[in-house]
Unconditional design. Structure first.
Length: 120
């Protein structure tokens, strides 16, 4: 399974490294912007995009729009207390609210185990 990590420009490297080390998500191919040249083309080949919308950016919004057009499952994650736009609630397959990074990883692992039959 290919997972694209949405680019909010803030914590991608740290989050990418934690996802790769995850017992569940580490079995997937986790891709983020630093690994590729043209993210729009890469999104076409992905199964899921994980986007931290705690700190929304225009670029992240564009990636989510592309993912929606390409029928890529959109999973938004955000820090508890973040205001979520109605557009995100409509286009997201799931919204994961977390208190800290370990909490987010644990919730994502549970989500993938329960909702995606084939991880690898």
């Amino acid at each position: 399974m290919k997972i694209y990590l949405g680019d909010n420009g803030i914590q991608n490297k740290e989050l990418h490294d934690l996802l790769v080390k995850s017992d569940v998500l580490g079995e997937c191919s986790v891709i983020y912007k630093a690994d590729i040249d043209i993210e729009k083309d890469m999104l076409k080949t992905c199964d899921v995009i994980i986007a931290d919308v705690s700190y929304p950016t225009i670029h992240l919004g564009m990636e989510l729009g592309w993912a929606d057009i390409y029928k890529v499952d959109i999973i938004c994650v955000c820090v508890k207390g973040t205001a979520i736009s109605s557009h995100l609630t409509k286009m997201s397959k799931e919204i994961v609210i977390y208190t800290d990074i370990p909490d987010m990883i644990q919730k994502l692992e549970r989500l993938f185990l329960n909702n995606y039959e084939t991880i690898v």
